[in-house]
Structures are given as C-alpha cells and as structure tokens.
Design a protein around this ligand. Structure first.
Ligand code: ADP
Ligand code: ZN
Length: 775
C-alpha cells in the first residue's frame, strides 16, 4: 500500500492523501476511513520515502508539503467541488432576501441542477469562493466533492462563426463589439479564445450572448505542447574527447563502476565541453542498468541542451517542463518509476523524479540560485542531489564555469573530487576582456570604447550581445522638483517605466499603469532615471540606425516559442545586436557573437546580500563567456564604476580560482557560509504593526533561548524589516540565525519554531534553512 494516493474526508470536504506507511497515529490526530484508493501502482517506495522524509526534516516542514512539491500538479488527480441548491436556497430566491448578485448565482445553480464551482465561477462575473462559502454558511447551497482525473491532454477553447452567421443580422443592430467580434471570426476562421481576448479584452459576456443567439460555435482543441518540437535535432556526432574531458570522464567512469556515492565538482570554463562529459557519464550509468537525473536551472532557457541529450538518448529521455499538462506530467513520472525512460531532465523539482535505481545526478550550472525554492518547502535541489546520491549510492556531478563558494570549499576540503576543464574545446581562445571605467564617461550609456567596438563589429557583419540586468526603459521615476519617487502601491519598490507601452510597471507584483506624468505630491512632471533594456535599444538605434536589434527579456520573451524564434533569428544572422537581461547569460552556443558589452557590471553589487560579490562575478564571467564561441576570438567590454572591485577585477581576468580564494577568506572573516550555517525566519502580515510585534516577540523568545547555550553558539541578527519591506501588500520582517554548528542551529531553530507559534497569531512565519534570498 505504501506510496499510493487515497481519497480521505478532511473537515467537511474531501482531500487526497498519501499512504506513508503503517504505524500509530500521533495522540492528537483523529483517524478517518479511506474512501477510495486512487492509484494501482505506488508513486514511491521506502527508499524514496526516506529521501522525502529527510528533506522534510532538514527544511523544517511537513512531509505532506514535501510530498506535494515532489508530485507537482497533484499528478493527474484532483478534487472537484460540486454545488447544489438546498430547499432553503429555493425559498430565499422566492422571498428575494438576497443581493442581485447572489440571486444571479443561485439562479444559475438552480438552472444547472448541480454545477462545479469552477464552472460557476467562470460563468458568473465577480463571483468568488468567499461568496459561495457565504451562501453555504447560510444554508442556501450545499457542496459535495468528487474525484476527477485531469484530462491527459491540454486543450484550449476555439471559437468560430456559425455557418451562415452574418454581421448584418438585425439582432446585432447597435451591438458594436459583438458585431466586431463576429466579423473578426468570419474573417479569421477558428480563433483560440486567448487570441480573441488579446484583441477584444474581456469577451466573456459577448461570447455567451453570441453563442446563446446561435452566431458562434465554441469547441475544444488539443494544444501542441512540446516546446522543443520547433528546433530540429542536428545529427549527433560524438566528438573525440579532449585530454581534460578524457580525464574527467575517466574519473567518473571509475566511480560509476564502483557503484558508490561519489560527488564531483566539474569546473570547466565556458565552452570547455562540460555537456559532453555529462553525456558520456549518463551513457556509462545507463550501461550499468541505472538511471540519470539531469538538473538544469530553468528548462525553458536551455532548449539546446535538452536537444543534445535527446539527440544522444532519444526515447529514453523524459523532459519535465512547465508546459506539460498535469496528465502528461503524470505520464512522465510513471515512465520514470517503471524504468521506461532512463533520463529525466528538468528544473529543481526533477530531483524528485521517481526512479527506482538512479545511478547519477548531474546539476548543470550548480551555482545558479534557481535551484533554491523561495517558498515552502525551501529546498535546494543542488544540496538534495548530494543527499540523494548518498542514499542511493550514486555519482553526483556538479558542473559550472563559476562554481559556488560552497561547492568550491567542499572541493578544497576534498569532500568533492575536483575535475577541471581549463581550456575551451578545439583550442578556441577565451575572449579578451577590457574594462571601461564609467567614471570618465560623463554619464553616457555606452563608453567611447564600447561604442567604437559595436560599430566596428557591425561593419564586419558580426553579432553583438549587450547585457543589462534591468528590463524596461527607466528603472526609477523621480520628480525633479520634490524628489518624490514613484513607488508601487502594493510593494515597497520603485516602478519601472516601459516606453514602448507607455506604462509604469512593478516587477514584483506585475502592476501596470499608464504613466500620468505628474508628481502626486507637487504636480511637477516626473522624470525617468536609470537605464533599462529599452533605453539601451533606443541608444543603439541612435548610433547605428540600420542595425537590426532585438531584446531578450521577460517583456519580449514570454514563452519558449519566442525564445526559440529569437535564437533562430540569431543563428540565421537576422539580428545584429541582441540586448538582454540574465537570459542572454545562459549557456547557449552562439558562434556568430564576437562582441559582448556589459552595460553595467555594478548592478548587483549594491544588493544587501553577502553573496552579491559572488553573483556579480558569476554574471559577468558567464556573459563574457558568450563571446567567441565560434572561430573568431571574442571581445568583451565591461563597463563599471568600480573597476577595482575584486568581483570585477577577477571577472575581467576570468579567474574563478583567484576570485573564490579571496571570497572564501572574506566569508571566513565575516563568518558567513560555507564557514557557518544560516536560517532565515521571515514574518509577513497585512498589518505592519501586528507583523512587527510578532517578529519582535519571536526575537525576544530567541534571545532568551540563546542564553541557555554557550556564548556565541548561535547568533541572532534582527528581527528587522526586509530590504523589500512590503510585497503585494504584505509587510515583511526577518530574523537571521547563524551558527558554525549546523546541528546545534537545527535543534535551536526547532525549539524556537515551537515556542514562536504561540506568539505570532495571524502573522505568517516561514523558516528558510540555508537561505539565498535576503531581499
Ligand atoms: P560548456 O557546457 O562547457 O559551455 P559545451 O559542452 O556546450 O560547453 O561545448 C561547447 C561546444 O563544443 C559544443 O558545441 C560542443 O558540441 C563542442 N564540443 C564539446 N566537446 C567537444 C570535443 N571534444 N571536440 C569538439 N567539439 C566539442
Ligand atoms: Zn508591486
């Protein structure tokens, strides 16, 4: 029975549970009968359960939450709430003691007989779950719950005009939008609902009218989901390994042969052929009858890596990506647990792939912070890879051109075996990197040097990448008269101006408004300061009007399709200059790119985070690595106001080891990881005072608790407001716990967690073990 899902009653509804084994329930838990067993085959076995339990314990959360994270999308089963009318409800409709809106909702339920809450919500505008709950509390409707299995395929609604429907129909007289929609449909044939929404905005009411009067038809159609279908697989030729690759592969092969836990740090400069080492290692593991997990920071940004793995291993590969429907995800999961596929590629949650006999876990770009989940459970897939490796006697390979300080430290301490690929393949040189000291450039966006090189590169028909960490046009909108800064009303961050859409946006909560132009305090016109990608694009057009420029950031690249389209254009030489955010820093081979300009290397340095120096080094080095992947050597120009900063100096020399040695000294002096362990306790709430009070009470408890330990055994920093003190109208405070003794810190935090829960009331408390985000 272990590992199967069951349907169980919970309060006055039903929910899905996992069977995690026999045993006595805790004393305060009430036992309930299982209503239904959902699965024929279990989703996990003892070994995987032990792993999941480890994760729950280490990240101080419940097993249930880890089970949920490990089985995303509910794995193809969910509960549907069905709503029915009661006698009282019918009576209330008659007596009319209802708001108009409530009456509409009740009438809809009455007409339908019974209706799922999802459908009801989509049918009647402005209906909320709260409203439905309120109707139920008053006994007007009743809820029941049924299990539904999700469709295996994702579908979308397709709208088309009915045969013979004409705009000149008398019924459509003076109905302007409805006529326009119908005209559009007649012209365009079958139109997905989403497209229609893009053209006409909220069309729900119009469509239901048009449908009700027989003008249109609404159908469902399967969506094609494979985001990687677009790029063709180049024929896979196994290159002869370079000497360094040969050595690295040899070590890994030896470890695979022994079948024991063996962690490696594969430190290879950009373009040194790390991926080929992964592929050989996977081949080795499959040869031994075992399976491989390959983790990537973000699957939609690594389509080419996915292609290469597929080209080598074909149908043995399952790719877990966000475009999968729950049903498809379930299928991938199932294939892995049956051993029908041998390789799973995915972002951090793929660490939970249900292989029975995993033999290798590879973490590509191991330094990337996206391996750490920001919300509960706050696990780090890179760290869990090592745990899984130990539990399953597997090989673990952490690969990067810019290893994290933590992994580098582990390699120094010989906890990891260090493998190095110091040279690019085929004797390609590393790019030359130059600094442009912006202190002498009079506030220009492009330094003299960068401007010259961009123009020169363009006239030589070569491609350029310009990197900037901020999207939008101006990153700060300020009143020149009174200094007022335009901030998001929901979040304590400044708004960004987007010129093309003439809107101001919050990059935290997504708020988007027309720029009114006047300062809310004094009425003066607001000015934009700071540079975003849009402004860089504008400046580029000023210098070389004939250059074909494109932007690659979250504004221009919403889906995988547009990313691939952009890469296609780059490959075909249809773009001269690519301007982008972090997205362009990811590991893509763009042989035509010979010049990289880092518009501002200083962006990350100001962030209050002990890792900001490390991030800056990694980002600049990774972006620089985009240059000169082809036969022509690359050139990089790094613009900075801090040319002497060690992160920038080392990045310019592309000297990871030098940087890391210095960084580790600094960390040791300041007592930061890897020389200590951290836990961040965060408090969020809607009312500022309440949130602060809760945080402060928790702080008092922590300080009292710490007096029972040896002096200095656990340090407490804060509580204090988070640097971003409000997000989506929730106030945020945090308290950092620090210790050189990881075990002690854990037991301390566990005690604290228990004691805190009595004093924090409605304020949400989350505990982040080994935190990465301090903003
Ligand atoms: P990294 O991941 O280290 O940045 P890649 O693995 O993407 O580097 O390799 C860079 C390029 O070199 C790829 O196009 C790859 O096909 C090619 N390559 C890898 N190994 C070899 C080799 N031994 N000989 C020739 N080309 C190679
Ligand atoms: Zn906001």
């Amino acid at each position: 029975m272990l590992g199967k899902r069951v349907l169980v009653p919970f309060r006055n509804r039903k929910t899905i549970g996992f069977i995690v084994g026999p045993g006595e329930p805790p004393p305060d838990v009430e036992l309930r009968d299982v209503l239904d067993i959902i699965d024929d085959e279990p989703l996990f076995d003892e070994k995987r359960l032990a792993f999941l339990k480890w994760a729950a314990d280490y990240y101080m959360t419940s097993l249930g939450i880890v089970l949920k994270a490990a089985h995303p999308g509910g794995l193809g089963a969910s509960i549907r709430r069905v709503i029915k009318m009661t006698q009282d409800g019918i009576g209330a409709l008659d007596r009319r003691r209802l708001t108009d809106h409530e009456a509409i909702v009740l009438k809809t339920v009455l007409n339908a007989g019974e209706i799922s809450s999802q459908k009801l919500l989509s049918l009647v505008d402005n209906t909320s779950t709260e409203l439905l709950n309120s109707l139920r509390r008053r006994g007007l409707v009743e809820f029941s719950y049924e299990l539904k299995s999700d469709p295996k395929v994702k579908t979308e609604k397709i709208i088309s005009a009915s045969q013979g429907a004409v705009v000149s129909d008398p019924l459509l007289r003076r109905k302007k939008t409805k006529s326009q929609i119908l005209e559009y449909l007649i012209e365009n044939g079958r139109v997905p609902l989403d497209d229609l929404k893009e053209v006409f905005g909220n069309v729900k009411a119009h469509l239901s009218w048009l449908f009700g009067n027989g003008f249109i038809e609404i159908g469902e159609e399967e969506v094609t989901r494979d985001p990687f279908a677009g790029i063709e697989i180049k024929e896979d030729v196994k290159p002869a390994l370079t000497l360094d690759q040969e050595i690295a592969c040899g070590k890994i092969r030896e470890a695979v042969g022994k079948g024991r836990f063996a962690p490696f740090l594969l430190h290879g400069v950009t373009g040194s052929g790390k991926t080929e080492v992964y592929l050989r290692a996977i081949e080795e593991v499959i040869g031994k009858g075992r399976e491989a997990i390959l983790l990537v920071p973000e699957i939609s940004l690594t389509p080419l890596l996915v292609k290469r793995v597929r080209a080598r291993f074909g149908r043995n590969v399952a790719v877990i990506h966000s475009a999968l429907s729950d049903g498809e995800r379930f299928d991938s999961w199932r294939m892995a647990s049956r051993g029908e596929v041998k390789v799973v590629i995915g972002a951090r949650s793929a660490i939970f792939a249900p292989f029975r006999n995993v033999g290798i876990v590879i973490v590509d770009e191991e330094h990337e912070t996206s391996y750490k989940q920001d919300e509960t459970p706050c696990y780090n897939a890179r760290d869990l890879a090592l745990v899984l490796g130990r539990m399953t006697d597997s090989v673990v390979v952490l690969g990067s051109a810019t290893p994290s300080a933590e992994s580098y430290y582990n390699a120094l301490k010989r906890r990891f075996e260090y493998l190095s690929l110091p040279l690019r393949v085929e004797d390609r040189p590393l790019p030359t990197v130059e600094v442009a000291d912006m202190r002498y450039e009079g506030g220009a966006i492009f330094s003299q040097r960068l401007r010259e090189e961009i123009v020169d590169n363009f006239w030589h028909d070569k491609q350029t990448i310009l990197f900037l960490n901020r999207r939008g046009y101006s990153t700060l909108i300020i009143c020149p008269a009174c200094g007022e800064i335009m901030k998001c009303p929901n979040c304590s961050v400044s708004l960004t101006y987007h010129a093309r859409e003439d809107s101001v946006r919050c990059h935290m909560c997504g708020l988007s408004e027309k720029l009114t132009g006047a300062c809310s305090k004094c009425g003066e016109s607001m000015h934009g300061l700071g540079i975003g990608t849009q402004k860089v694009e504008e400046e580029l057009r000023r210098i070389i009007p004939e250059a074909k420029a494109a932007r690659m950031d979250r504004d221009t690249v919403a889906g995988k399709k547009s990313l691939l389209a952009l890469y296609g254009k780059l490959e075909r030489g249809e773009i001269d200059v690519l301007i982008g955010t972090q997205m362009v820093a990811k590991g893509h081979d763009l042989p035509g790119v010979t010049l990289v300009g880092v518009i501002s290397a200083d962006m990350a340095l100001g962030i209050p985070d002990f890792r900001s120096g490390e991030r800056t080094f990694q980002l600049v080095t990774q972006v620089a690595g985009r240059a000169g992947r082809g036969d022509v050597p690359g050139k990089v120009i790094v613009q900075t106001y801090n040319p002497e900063h060690p992160s920038i100096e080392h990045a310019v020399r592309q000297d990871s080891k030098g940087f890391l040695d210095e960084e580790l000294k600094l960390r040791e002096e300041l007592g930061y990881p890897p020389y200590s362990r951290l836990v961040n306790v965060r408090f969020t709430g809607r009312i500022e005072r309440e949130t602060r009070d809760a945080a402060e009470r928790a702080g008092e408890i922590a300080r009292k608790l710490v007096t029972k330990l040896k002096p200095g055994a656990v340090q407490i920093l804060g509580p204090s407001p988070c640097p971003v003190s409000k997000i989506r109208n929730r106030y945020r405070f945090q308290m950092l716990l620090k210790s050189t003794n990881g075990g002690l810190l854990r037991s301390f935090t566990k005690k604290l967690k228990k004691l805190m829960s009595n004093v924090t009331g409605d304020v949400r408390v989350s505990v982040d073990v080994d935190p990465y985000n301090f903003s």
